[in-house]
Design a protein. Structure first.
Length: 60
């Protein structure tokens, strides 16, 4: 009987631990994704400027 209770407790603890780890990894991935989106937005004016330079005959 006590083995069954121990297995049940370990199952619950394992489930809770996996929930916490999944949540933490998900937050980290979302933060990284948002950071990359912000960086991409910051590069848009440079890209537009380079396209304008190509139209004026400047090639890089």
């Amino acid at each position: 009987m006590s083995e069954t209770i121990l297995i049940t407790i370990l199952g619950v603890v394992g489930t809770l631990l996996s929930i916490v780890v999944s949540f933490t990894l998900g937050q980290r991935a979302e933060k990284s994704k948002q950071s990359l989106l912000v960086r991409a937005e910051m590069l848009k004016p440079i890209d537009e400027w380079l396209k304008g330079m190509e139209k004026n005959g400047w090639y890089f």
